[in-house]
Design a protein around this ligand. Structure first.
Ligand SMILES: Nc1ncnc2c1ncn2[C@@H]1O[C@H](COP(=O)(O)OP(=O)(O)OP(=O)(O)O)[C@@H](O)[C@H]1O
Length: 807
């Protein structure tokens, strides 16, 4: 007994603590199980059609979802939410249709969160829910809403929309429970990413389902569904839902509930939307649009156009004419980062005009848009409904105007009537009409790049009309193309060539199919050409691509590569450039012998073999002399890297010893100056390093562990505007947009930070610094242009360049 004494004492000391914590854990687990069981029973007993379901509070939701909804200020259910959520909670497949802006996003996100919660989903269970969107913009928006209402859940969630390296995304996919994606990119991952599959998927959502089931996405969606288990729940939502039996079969829906919140409504569009159309001949369209913008300078406007080229031309030319309202433009050919930034800027703007293609026609929820202008007739009534739906969202009011060419009026009105769209004709006030043809002409004359865009816009517009399948609306033969070209300010009508007997539908979808198969959705842009096979890109290629950021680039590219980006267009319609006399001579001469200048040498191209050489820069280099490095002085004169001064010149400058002393003095001064700069730089670097370390530390503390995996906050912050923001994130650990302000307020206790440095500040220290800088520059003979803000657009850069040219 005595021997056993101490052992038992240890056992007595350790055992109660251990059993206490195990006990509390068991109790907690039991409570969760009981709560879950209660929730399941309430859902079983729930009457999905009960009129008493008015608020989110009336629904059997778990505490995490309920509090997330409350914190996001969602209280009262909208019609579609009241109709769809109870049925979805009960596990039904849903085909949901409701007007634009009526709250369909929550109608599927709430069931998604609830489903995974009730299944007690953890990181180890893999992908539980997949939400598919037709465009990147819409996917980002859905993800944002998911973050808001899912903030108290521990699921991990990610955004898979392309624009990032596949490998980077792939690394985190395995850990994701909920993914919001575009079809092509998702398919790519399911096909290629090792260790990632959808075998366990519980719920699949298709937002803008009719679009996703459409021809352009057909093969991607079918292949994607092949990767998913048939036992899943499926929810389809759209403002314009089709009940095509074939679609339902493709998705293996099981006895789907058709939920239509506004089926009995007299109109397919929101009641608080005022809809008008004007009949305007194609050649007067830009005048009318300009007049409209000039009279609505303090409104928030979206102008829909049929192609990215139209968007670019109108944006660039109107920008030069300075309408007095901020202009933005958005189309599927822009880089992902630019698209996100423009979307963010327009969402935040109080007023401004966004020229856009149908890339933002569906689902995108820009707040407080006053007007939707459809300057180009949409391809069908459904597209019309989605476009106008960007205004008058939820309970707000909005106005929409459709521009119709006289040839389109009768046919399109018939289509709208059929879809229950109430629209009335209005006329533009005479005193608001103004021709801008002269201005456009002079812009085209002054800037070849804009003229080039105009030609492209002309071609893409005529092409899109020609390709439209609804010939009762789009009558290509009745368009006055000469007048249209003149109205764009073009010096002549671009000649176009038709390819007869083409399968129009196939051509129209070619670009989308190609984009999807390469995994990067073009997102509704009708003018995106088929993607080319991956080729090795040289530094030179990258340079021309970089130029592609501005309006001049495609012009340059055209010069360099002649139509590389227009492959699709050239298949069908293209400019037949009439060669000038000089060019004809050149062309004739080209048959005989060509002379290519390589540095100081001339290379005669007189055979096919030599001509082939021109396609390889590497091979051409062999014909050039070895390069020598030159340095340029301030006047732009080239010098050898080391130039020895002649003895005569040297002795003219004074005795050698004196010159040596002078030289040492000058160098010492330079070193001292450089020393100060170096010290400042080193200090700044140390500070940055410290800040980074702190941020990392904070990030690790804030990062939430889900199933034992800790993801540093720095990697998760999708709000960051950095280009390499991480689209994959844990729901719970992300800061909410509205919480950001709170955090900023909390920081008020900290000592006041030094005012952020603008380009030029005027406190005395900075003045002194500026003065020193000025003197230094003066000494070196460099010109300094002072600007009150950083140049962030072409106009700013032009102003800066003009300043530099003036002397
Ligand atoms: N229950 C609610 N209470 C208050 N606001 C809501 C509610 N549900 C949705 N909203 C708001 O209504 C707006 C439109 O919602 P949402 O984007 O889901 O519409 P939608 O039906 O998907 O539109 P679209 O057909 O254009 O995609 C959003 O700004 C959203 O925040």
């Amino acid at each position: 007994m005595t021997q056993n004494g101490p052992k038992s004492a240890i056992a007595r000391r350790g055992k109660p603590t251990k059993s206490k914590s195990t006990e509390s854990r068991t109790l907690k687990r039991k409570r969760v199980e009981e709560d879950l069981e209660k929730l399941r029973i309430t859902i079983d007993e729930l009457d999905p059609k009960s009129p008493s379901l008015k608020n989110f509070n009336d629904l059997p939701l778990c505490a995490a979802t309920a509090s997330g909804l409350r914190a996001s200020h969602f209280e009262v259910l909208t019609d579609i939410q009241r109709a769809a959520i109870p049925l979805a909670l009960k596990g039904n497949d849903i085909l949901g249709a409701a007007k634009t802006g009526s709250g369909k996003t929550l109608a599927f996100l709430v069931p998604v969160l609830e489903k995974l919660y009730r299944e007690r989903w953890t990181e180890y269970d893999g992908l539980g829910a997949l939400i598919i969107s037709p465009t990147r913009e819409l996917a980002v928006q859905i993800f944002e809403v998911l973050r808001k209402i899912g903030r108290n859940h521990t699921f991990s969630a990610g955004l898979v929309i392309g624009g990032k390296s596949l490998k980077e995304e792939a690394e985190r996919l395995g850990r994701m429970n909920i993914l919001v994606c575009t079809p092509g990119r998702m398919l790519q991952h399911l096909d290629q990413t090792a260790g990632f599959d959808g075998d366990n998927l519980q719920i699949l959502v298709l937002d803008e389902a009719d679009r996703i089931m459409d021809m352009g996405f057909q093969s991607a969606v079918d292949a994607l569904v092949e990767h998913l288990p048939k036992t899943r729940q499926t929810l389809l939502f759209s403002a314009t839902q089709s009940k095509r039996v074939s679609d339902l079969a493709r998705l293996s829906l099981k006895d789907p509930e058709y939920v239509s919140a506004h089926e009995e409504a007299p109109a397919a569009t929101p009641t608080n939307l005022q809809q008008n159309y004007i009949v305007v001949p194609l050649a007067e369209k830009l005048d009318t649009l300009w007049g409209f913008l000039r009279t609505n300078l303090t409104s928030k406007i979206i102008v829909f156009l049929s192609s990215g080229k139209q968007v670019r031309f109108i944006f660039e030319s109107f920008k030069r004419m300075q309408p007095g309202i901020p202009l933005l433009h958005l189309h599927g050919r822009q880089k992902q980062v630019a698209r996100m930034e423009i979307t963010r800027r327009f969402a935040a703007a109080k007023y401004g005009c966004l020229f856009a293609t149908d890339v933002v026609a569906r689902g995108v929820d820009f707040p407080a848009v006053d007007w939707v202008i459809q300057a180009d007739c949409p391809e069908d009534a459904d597209t019309y409904i989605h476009r106008v739906g960007r205004t008058a969202r939820y309970e707000s009011k909005g106005k929409a105007v459709l521009f119709l060419d006289p040839s389109e009026e009768k046919g399109f009105l018939k289509r709208l009537e059929h879809k229950k769209v109430p629209i009335t004709k209005v006329n533009v006030k005479e005193n608001k009409k103004k021709s801008i043809t002269n201005e456009l002409q002079s812009i085209c004359f002054q800037s070849p790049d804009v003229k080039y865009l105009g030609q492209k816009a002309f071609i893409s517009y005529t092409r899109s009309v020609h390709l439209q399948k609804d010939k009762e609306v789009f009558k290509f033969d009745q368009l006055d193309l000469d007048a249209f070209a003149a109205s764009l300010g073009l010096p002549g009508t671009p000649q176009i060539r038709y390819q007869k007997g083409e399968d129009v539908k196939r051509l129209k979808n070619a670009s989308r199919m190609a984009a999807i198969s390469s995994g990067s959705e073009s997102d509704g842009d009708s003018d995106s050409g088929p993607k080319k096979k991956e080729v090795v890109r040289t530094k030179y290629d990258k340079m021309t691509e970089r130029q592609n950021q501005d309006v001049l680039s495609s012009h340059y590219r055209k010069v360099l590569e002649d139509g590389e980006d227009d492959a699709e267009e050239d298949d069908f319609l293209s400019v037949k450039r009439v060669l000038g006399d000089d060019e004809l001579d050149e062309a004739a001469g080209a048959k005989e012998a060509k002379v290519v200048k390589l540095g100081n040498q001339e290379l005669i191209i007189d055979s096919k073999r030599r001509e082939k050489l021109l396609s390889s820069k590497k091979k051409l280099l062999k014909f050039m002399d070895k390069p020598t490095k030159l340095v340029f002085d301030d006047d732009g004169n080239a010098h050898q890297l080391y130039e020895l001064q002649g003895l005569e010149d040297f002795s003219k400058e004074g005795p050698a010893e004196k010159l040596r002393e002078k030289f040492v003095e000058m160098e010492a001064e330079k070193v001292a100056e450089q020393d100060v700069e170096d010290k400042q730089l080193a200090k700044a670097k140390r500070k940055a390093k410290r800040d980074k370390a702190k941020a990392r530390e904070r990030g690790e503390l804030e990062g939430e562990a889900v199933g034992g995996v800790l993801v540093p906050q720095a990697q998760l912050d999708v709000d960051s505007e950095e280009e390499d923001e991480d689209p994959l994130a844990l729901l719970r650990s992300l800061p909410m947009p509205d919480e950001k302000d709170d955090r900023e307020e909390e920081d008020d206790d900290e000592p006041p930070k030094k005012k952020a440095k603008k380009w030029f500040q005027d406190d005395s220290e900075d003045e002194r610094e500026k003065e020193r800088e000025r003197k230094k520059r003066k000494k070196s003979g460099k010109k300094v242009i002072e600007m009150d803000h950083e140049p962030d657009n072409l106009q700013d850069l032009e102003a800066l360049a003009a300043g530099l040219l003036e002397d």
